[in-house]
Design a protein around this ligand. Structure first.
Ligand code: ADP
Ligand code: ZN
Length: 734
């Protein structure tokens, strides 16, 4: 039996501490146990992250003081996953442990909520309960009608204060007891139960492939490539039913839960209370309760964003990662893990099947199918043979020539909008930039307002009449004359959703337009509210940023307009083409989901770009083959793994010097198969006041990069003002 426990304490220290396990606690301590330990002069809470028989500090060790709770909070399998994450993503184990256990559960004092519940002692009625004074009578009547109620509900419903309730308690007619109540985040939002659909042929085949995989001894991973509207969700639902039938549970990951309320509702209305929903707008208490509903087996299905992957679902049979290509699955703080990839790992550890679903799978996943690592299920037809929307690309350069100036709306798009409004059909317009204009430029000297802290131009927001930095959030007043040359004339360069809204108001003043971006969606429920209004036809045109690109299913939308398709191409990133293809395909997929056919009008300045053309001709495979060729030539992922080192600090020279020193040491021990760049300024050279320098490494095997990096991290001390982030399989190269 192990005599030493490695404990990560609940304060930000990047290491484990050894403690002796006292004899009387031997039996109850395992990896994942929550314990109390003496630490300096305090007692702290921590987690056991490992056990050992030997410690280098054996003679100085303190003893563990006690164990908290009966069951270890973190099951073994999830603990294993935490270790894998720490190792693979070059992160401290403490960060990994924090990641797998929500803080609402981990925090001291987080516990079940208790409330006072009142009920009638004699429910069938007793003579003493009649002929009471009116107030008491009202209380009794309310309880007869509703059954047991919390004291606060009882007060509200009977319209009485606490005193008649207390009197009734004294009389022995009403009992008041403390009981645990679950905070139900969905209270008041009951959904109609749905029955499974009769599957389409392709859905049937896909489900069979998935179920066959689930029934295997080593279930593995299946990529479900299904075009938009092919009915992927129904396949997930029935695959989950298959798991439930076998007595197993399931986890469903969705990219951003607040943006996919429709999807979540579909799971809840099929499986009811078996579903625990974990999302960021839950209060700590709700999160704590949902987590425990999973841990004690009341809920067999967990659905949520990234971190729901670590839900302690027992006897896990299936993990679904919906929209697996979404970059939001990558966490942008340590540990910088990708939930899609960790899902595959969890599948391996727990021997459960993983389904990755998308209309536009990431090239990494596509390539894994090609290499035989993942199975494949394909659905290339829409449900009920609905046609895929027809996409037209409008060349905005020609449009500008014709009009004599750059225009925001092409003739085709304006006509398309008018046509739909006339017959009461709906329109979605997409532009991936909020605000009014990309920048404000002096007509005379060309001065552009830039953020003082970041190397980007400030975005002009008209309604707020402010310049905003979209990187750090800094706000500035709009100068009334150019700070450089004093000229009072400014020109808007580029456009944002706010400006589109204004132009739209002039083009079609009668149309009801709603704008959906992070400026207008500040409140918790605004997203749901607008979507409900759109669904019930109270809005004609929905205008938004990438918030509206995914998961929405509105049958009456027959036109989707994309206002500046090449905006996402002009990014210094080898994935720019892939992102653009995905975005266009996803946005286009919002059109024609009902009986009526859909049309998509894409405005672009580079209409012949392969990503735009492939999206137009619905040619996923063609796009992949072409882009993979380019990636292979340049040895980019998926043909290599990529690690990005970013050095940040206030003093540019210091950052540069630190990066150089690190690079020199690293170079000495890197294996030959690793290719690496010298330190260079990041594309986003400065953000939030910090200078940024990067080193990019590429190699087929991640460990060949991460081992040496770890080694240099331990031996090469960075100067005080400089920090280093290590991003394994980085998705953002800025
Ligand atoms: P995807 O996620 O692949 O874009 P969805 O799962 O949203 O597609 O399905 C599109 C629409 O088709 C939804 O409204 C869904 O209810 C409906 N649907 C799915 N499967 C079937 C089926 N077998 N029969 C009838 N309708 C279906
Ligand atoms: Zn800024």
């Amino acid at each position: 039996m192990a005599s030493i426990a490695k404990v990560v304490v609940e304060i930000s220290l990047d290491r484990e501490f050894d403690y002796r396990i006292p004899a009387h606690l031997q039996a109850s301590i395992r990896v994942g146990s929550q314990v109390t330990v003496p630490f300096q002069s305090r007692e702290l809470r921590g987690f056991v992250v490992g056990l050992a028989n030997y410690s280098a500090f054996a003679d100085k060790l303190k003893e563990i003081a006690g164990v908290v709770g009966e069951k270890p909070l973190i099951p073994d399998e999830i603990m294993k996953l935490a270790y894998w994450i720490a190792d693979y993503y070059c992160a401290p184990i403490e960060h990994a442990v924090r990641t797998v256990l929500p803080s609402a559960v981990r925090k001291r004092g987080a516990k079940h909520k208790k409330q006072l519940v009142a009920s009638l002692v004699n429910e069938t009625g007793c003579p003493a309960c009649d002929n009471l004074p009116p107030k008491q009578q009202a209380v009794v009547e309310t309880l007869r009608q509703h059954g047991p109620l919390t004291v606060s509900e009882l007060k509200e419903r009977s319209g009485c204060s606490e005193s008649p309730i207390k009197t009734l308690e004294k009389l022995g007619l009403v009992s008041i007891e403390e009981s645990t109540i679950l905070r139900d985040p969905h209270a008041g939002m009951e959904l109609l139960r749905t029955e499974p659909f009769e599957l389409m042929v392709e859905q049937r085949t896909a489900l069979d492939t998935i179920c066959a995989a689930m029934d295997q001894e080593k279930p593995g991973t299946v990529l479900l490539h299904g075009v938009t509207g092919s009915g992927k969700t129904e396949v997930y639902l029935q695959a989950i039913q298959h798991a439930l039938d076998k007595g197993q549970g399931a986890i469903v990951l969705v990219p951003e839960i607040s943006l996919t309320p429709q999807t979540v509702d579909r799971f809840r209305s099929r499986f009811g209370d078996c579903v625990a929903v974990l999302h960021s707008s839950l209060s700590d208490g709700e999160r704590h309760d949902e987590w425990h509903r999973i841990r004690n087996g009341e809920a067999q299905i967990a659905i949520g964003a990234r971190s729901a992957l670590f839900s302690p679902v027992e006897n896990l049979g299936l993990i679904v990662v919906d929209e697996e290509h979404e970059p939001t699955y990558k966490q942008d703080e340590s540990p910088r893990y990708n939930a899609r990839d960790v899902a595959v790992m969890r599948g391996r550890i727990e021997n459960c099947c993983v389904v990755l679903g998308s209309a536009t799978p990431a090239l990494e996943s596509f390539n894994n199918v090609r290499d035989g690592r993942y199975g494949l299920a394909e659905m290339l037809m829409r449900v009920d043979d609905r046609s895929m929307p027809l996409m037209r690309v409008v060349d905005m350069r020609i449009e500008a020539e014709k009009e004599g100036r750059a225009s925001i709306f092409s003739k085709e798009l304006v006509q398309g909008i008018y046509d739909r409004l006339n017959i009461n059909e709906q329109v979605i317009l997409f532009l991936n930039r909020r605000g009014f204009s990309a920048s404000l430029q002096c007509e005379k000297c060309g001065y552009v307002a830039e953020c003082a802290e970041c190397s980007v131009s400030m975005t002009y927001h008209k309604r707020a009449h402010k310049l905003l930095c979209h990187i750090c959030g800094a706000e500035e007043k709009v100068p009334d004359r150019c700070p450089d040359c004093g000229d009072p004339d400014f020109k808007y360069a580029g456009m944002g959703t706010e400006r589109i809204e204004e132009v739209l108001g002039k083009l079609c003043p009668k149309a009801r337009v709603a704008r959906m971006d992070s400026d207008t969606m500040r409140k918790k429920d605004s997203y749901r509210t607008v979507l409900d209004q759109f669904k019930t036809g109270k809005i004609d045109i929905l205008l938004g940023t990438q918030m509206i690109a995914k998961g929405l299913d509105f049958p009456n939308v027959t036109l989707v307009g994309v206002l500046h398709a090449d905006m996402s191409l002009n990014v210094p990133d080898f994935r720019a083409g892939e992102r653009t293809f995905q975005l266009l395909t996803q946005v286009a997929g919002r059109a024609g989901r009902g009986e009526k056919a859909g049309e998509v009008i894409v405005q672009a300045y580079t209409p012949h770009h392969p990503a735009i053309q492939a999206a137009r001709s619905l040619d996923y495979e063609g796009f992949c083959s072409q882009d993979l060729e380019f990636r292979r030539e340049l040895n980019y992922p998926p043909f290599s793994h990529l690690v990005l080192l970013t050095f940040k600090g206030e003093n540019e020279l210091e950052v540069m010097a630190a990066a150089d020193r690190f690079s020199a040491q690293l170079e000495r021990i890197l294996p030959e198969s690793v290719s690496h760049s010298p330190p260079v300024p990041a594309p986003l050279a400065r953000a939030k006041g910090l200078w940024r320098y990067q080193i990019m490494l590429r190699c087929e095997h991640t460990v060949k990069m991460t081992r040496p990096i770890r080694h240099v991290q331990q031996t090469c001390r960075l100067p005080k003002g400089v920090t280093l982030t290590v991003d394994v399989d980085a998705l953002s190269l800025l």
